[in-house]
Design a protein around this ligand. Structure first.
Ligand SMILES: O=C(O)c1cc(C(=O)O)c2c(n1)C(=O)C(=O)c1cc(C(=O)O)[nH]c1-2
Length: 244
């Protein structure tokens, strides 16, 4: 839990605290990601990761649409609308969700099965839903702050792409095409979100709330990897979940 602040932070101090949370808790530090990127997983385990992560990807535009509906100004809505277009695309076959399916296709997973969500781990479902509900129910400031994990995603994406290309013969540049646009989209989105948070988190209570929102989101990402590790590395697949 975030400790209570005794004094109000300057914007610079608040940014430092946010970045410190990422350095400590972002999912690049999770053992499952280390194994994924270091080539220590087999194809079945990589399939399980891509299948479960599909639900996160597919839910991101729904999460953003929930927030979009609550945003009070044209400028904010225009900014947030672009995120939905990035993921859903502007026509069939475009956008991040479609590109994620190129990855699951490339790994040999049946598309209808992936989209049916039938093979998800229960913890994937609960974690993703917790994120959507958080964004729906909390203040706009907390909802925007919860997207700030994207400050840290370009580093992990670069590590992932180079690590997976190097270590797995079943992975190609084409199947990892999802990640290329994220390297420019994520910094653009997180710069905006960070600017918003630093400007609007003025009171101690608001600053504590944004720090807690980022910790919450790190927990969402971490929990999904805990569940993958437990099920597919330590071989405790829950009933009904994907069996490679
Ligand atoms: O590859 C990753 O590790 C990673 C992490 C995150 C993140 O930090 O939440 C996102 C993404 N990718 C991503 O591709 C993405 O579109 C995305 C949207 C969001 C968000 O919270 O709105 N996070 C992320």
């Amino acid at each position: 839990m975030t400790s209570s602040l005794s004094t109000r932070l300057t914007p610079k101090e608040l940014e430092e605290r946010l970045r410190a949370i990422g350095a400590e808790r972002y999912h690049n530090r999770h053992p499952f990601h280390r194994k994924l990127h270091d080539g220590l997983l087999n194809k079945q385990q990589v399939q399980a990761w891509a299948l479960n992560r599909y639900y996160y990807q597919a839910s991101i535009p729904a999460k953003d649409a929930t927030l979009l509906a609550r945003l009070p100004t044209t400028e904010l809505r225009r900014e947030w609308r672009r995120r939905i277009e990035d993921h859903d695309g502007t026509e069939p076959g475009t956008g991040g969700v479609a590109r994620w399916l190129v990855l699951t296709d490339g790994l040999g997973l049946d598309r209808a099965y992936v989209e049916s969500l039938k093979g998800l781990l229960p913890a994937t479902r609960f974690s993703v839903e917790a994120y959507i509900h958080f964004v729906r129910d909390r203040s706009i400031l907390e909802a925007i702050a919860s997207s700030l994990t994207e400050l840290f995603s370009p580093t992990i994406i670069s590590e992932r792409v180079s690590g997976m290309l190097q270590h797995y013969d079943f992975i190609s540049k084409d199947t990892l095409a999802y990640f290329t646009p994220r390297l420019t989209q994520a910094p653009r989105d997180s710069d905006f979100a960070l600017g918003y948070v630093l400007e609007h988190a003025k009171t101690i209570e608001q600053q504590e709330a944004v720090l807690a929102a980022l910790e919450f989101k790190c927990s969402v990402l971490w929990t999904m990897l805990d569940a993958l590790d437990h099920a597919y590395v330590h071989n405790n697949i829950p009933p009904g979940a994907f069996i490679p």
